[in-house]
Design a protein around this ligand. Sequence first.
Ligand SMILES: [Zn+2]
Length: 511
Amino acid sequence: MFRFVLFLALTCGGAAVKAQEQPTFHYVVSFPKPAMHQYHVELRTNGWNRDTLQLKMPAWMPGYYQLMNYANNVLGITAQDEKGQNIPIAKTDDNSWVLSGIRQKAIILNYDVKTDRQFVANSYVDSTHAYLIPGNTFLYVDGFLHLPVSVEVEPYPGWPNIVTGLDNVDREPDKYFARDFDILYDCPFLIGNLESLRSFKVRGVEHRFIGYAMGDFDRQDFMDKLAKVVAVGVDIIGDIPYRQYTFIGIGPGRGGIEHLNNTTVSFDGSNLRTAAGMNQTLNFLAHEYFHHYNVKRIRPMELGPFNYDAGSPTNLLWVSEGLTVYYEYLIVKRAGLVDEAGLFADFAQNIRAVENNPGRHFQSLVQASYSTWKDGPFGTQGDAVGKTISYYDKGPVVGMLLDFAIRNATRNEKSLDDVMRFLYRYYYQQQQRGFTDAEFRQACETIAGAPLTELFEYVHTTKELDYDTYLGYAGLKLDIRERQGKKEVEISRLPQPDSLQTAILKSWLGD
Ligand SMILES: [Zn+2]
């Protein structure tokens, strides 16, 4: 713990006003009754030179754009000082509690967290393992998200392993620290009897896959393929910004959540035994992996700093999610893990979804991005069905048209890859901020060297997509047939492409 105290002093020792108030945060997580789907959290905090303190639980987690109201899962919250005297605590709104009479006292807060749903975006504990979402676990003090935090996980019998993206304190396997709460909230924990697959290095950096209940599959073949996926993903941007990356397999289920140096993914290795299952899994892992660039670092202005209370709506999820779907397909193709027909089939699936959804006449990509907090990530269901679209479908399709437009306008000198590299270098590395809607468009048009008016009409309006023109730039065409009231689509090569079309297709495919 010495190193941690020193770290705090170095971080907060600057201004005189801060010298008077140097709060510290230390959490201990334990599992007194995992079979009841609950876990326990203790927070020790002191150094407060004030009378009251407002504690909050985030209402959502970045990466899953829905209000989850994690505070509803907090049970039996109590607060005491270092002498064991109770400190008054009152709930003041849906996700806040206020402690009073705390000046110069050490505060020991205790609460349970109940977990009733096994899902990637909330904590889940049972008798075999624990999956902890930090935003579902650790209360923060309003106004103090910038301070460092330490976390200790109490050992539980039969659960020898812990995996998280956080750094250890003094190499102790159950003690961790984060330089601020944004980093803490970006690093879920998986605890139990876990399996580590053989790690690989890309550009000298270690990449791990550690999981729970991973099933029966050829581990070496899978990790060889995943190494290729990561290498191709890195080649698109050309830089590795983390010291180690971890894929955390949380067991069978649906969905994954991306983070700066890790991702938690639902994973069942038995799916890898069919070609379709392998393709689906590699696409999914390429998607979650590429997100560490696109959304975590290459990001809309609104997605950082986060509003943990109310959510952080943006018009640009079609870029953050849609273009990540676009790149997942291209990464797997360029890694040599799917053939051209498989790539075309992936895109055809999204085009089919777009063209068969009457919602395309009612909602644009920016509207779908902004409304996801209300409509859900795949558009509304039930009564309002047919009035909304999914940016997971139309996003990659518009991404493909945009890429072909840039390649055609620059005689295949530039592509969407150049746009992503520019956004990474200029906004993430140099400006250290997100970009606005206008800055994203400007980046695309500057690299294309031409206005992309129609492309951005596809983004901002419900204008029908002109597949023939844009696919034609790459020597491709789309056949649409009507079968039993549904549109069937197929992408194929034009019979006699010219040299530019041939060059665009070749470089796009990575052949
Ligand atoms: Zn995603």
